[in-house]
Design a protein around this ligand. Structure first.
Ligand code: AMP
Ligand code: MN
Ligand code: MN
Ligand code: MN
Length: 285
C-alpha cells in the first residue's frame, strides 16, 4: 500500500517564507520524483489553489496542508496539518488571527530595528508580502539586502532570533487550539521537526504526550536534512507513543534549504506512516 510512492509532506512557497511560487514548487517536486506533496505554508493556505491546478497538470498528488505556530511552555512549537479542507471557516478564522498576530509583531520588530537606526523595515516586508503573511525571513531578506548582515543566518544571529535586539515574542495559540482548527478542517495534526526545539528528553516526552492528548496523530520522523541518528530517535519517540510517522523536507527554496525537496531518508520500518489510510493512486503518472 503506497509503498512505492515518494512523500514530501512539509514544504513552503512564497505564500509564507519560501522562495518558489506554489506552481514552481509543484513543478520542482515533480522534477525530483516526489509523488505526493503537501504544501504546508506557515499559518496560511493561500497557495493551495494555484498548487492544486499545477499538480493536476503535472500528475502529482497534492495534499492540502498548513504549519501552525503555537506556544508550549514558552517554546514555539510548529504543528503541521495534513489533508485539511482549506475552505473550513473555523480553520480560516484561526489563520486570520495568526496573520494579525504576525502583522502586530512585524510592526514591533520594525520599531526595534528603527531604534537601532535601521529604517524602512516595515515598508519592505509589506512590499514583499502584500501585507498578507509576514514572517521573520522577510525581515532577514530586508536586512541582508540592506547590507546589515551577510546572509539570512546572520540576520537571525544578530537581530531576529530569541534574545536578540529585534526579537519580539508572540502570544501564539496553544497546541490544543491549533489541533482543534486542524481537526475541524478534517485534517491530521503532526508535530513538526520534534528535535529542533532543543528540549530535554523529559520535556520532549511531555510535549508529545500533551500533543497526543490534544488529538495529535503524527510525528515528523524524517524532518528536513536531519541525520540518521535523529531519524532513529524520532522514530522511537513515535513508536513509544504509538503515533503515526510523517516525512517532510521543510523545503523553503534551493538557496535556503540546500538539501532539497523529497528528503534523503526513508521512514524506518518500525514506523506506521501517516499516509497509511490515505486513498492514493498507486503509481505516479
Ligand atoms: P516566523 O514563523 O515568522 O517566526 O519565522 C520562522 C521561520 O524562520 C522558520 O520557519 C525558518 O524558516 C526561519 N528561521 C528560523 N531560524 C532561522 C535561522 N537561524 N536562519 C535562517 N532561517 C531561520
Ligand atoms: Mn519557515
Ligand atoms: Mn517549522
Ligand atoms: Mn516548515
Amino acid at each position: 500500500m503506497n509503498n512505492n510512492l515518494i512523500f514530501d509532506l512539509h514544504t513552503h512557497s512564497c505564500c509564507s517564507d519560501g522562495e518558489l511560487t506554489p506552481a514552481e514548487l509543484v513543478s520542482a517536486a515533480k522534477q525530483v520524483g516526489v509523488d505526493v506533496l503537501a504544501l504546508t505554508d506557515h499559518d496560511t493556505t493561500a497557495g493551495f489553489t494555484e498548487a492544486s491546478k499545477q499538480a493536476k497538470q503535472m500528475g502529482l498528488q497534492l495534499v492540502a496542508g498548513v504549519e501552525i505556530s503555537t506556544l508550549w511552555k514558552k517554546h514555539e512549537i510548529h504543528i503541521v496539518g495534513l489533508n485539511i479542507d482549506p475552505d473550513c471557516q473555523y480553520l480560516q478564522q484561526g489563520l486570520t488571527e495568526q496573520a494579525n498576530r504576525r502583522r502586530q509583531r512585524a510592526v514591533a520588530i520594525a520599531e526595534r530595528l528603527q531604534d537601532l537606526g535601521i529604517e524602512g523595515a516595515y515598508a519592505s516586508v509589506y512590499k514583499q508580502t502584500a501585507g498578507d503573511l509576514i514572517t521573520r525571513p522577510h525581515f532577514a531578506k530586508f536586512l541582508q539586502e540592506g547590507g546589515y548582515v551577510r546572509d539570512m543566518a546572520g540576520a537571525f544571529r544578530y537581530y531576529l532570533a530569541r534574545g536578540k535586539p529585534a526579537y519580539v515574542s508572540v502570544e501564539w495559540p496553544d497546541i490544543a487550539e491549533a489541533v482543534e482548527w486542524i481537526k475541524s478542517a478534517g485534517g491530521q495534526a503532526v508535530l513538526a521537526h520534534p528535535l529542533r526545539y532543543k528540549l530535554t528528553n523529559t520535556k520532549l516526552n511531555l510535549l508529545v504526550q500533551e500533543f497526543k492528548q490534544a488529538g495529535g496523530e503524527g510525528i515528523e520522523v524524517v524532518a528536513g536534512c536531519c541525520g540518521l541518528n535523529e531519524v532513529k530517535q524520532a522514530a522511537n519517540l513515535a513508536e513509544h507513543f504509538n503515533m503515526l510517522a510523517s516525512r517532510g523536507s521543510d523545503f523553503h527554496g534551493k538557496k535556503i534549504t540546500p538539501a532539497g525537496l523529497g528528503c534523503s531518508h526513508k521512514l524506518p520500518a518500525q514506523c506506521q506512516p501517516i499516509w497509511r489510510d490515505w486513498h492514493l493512486l498507486e503509481l505516479s503518472a
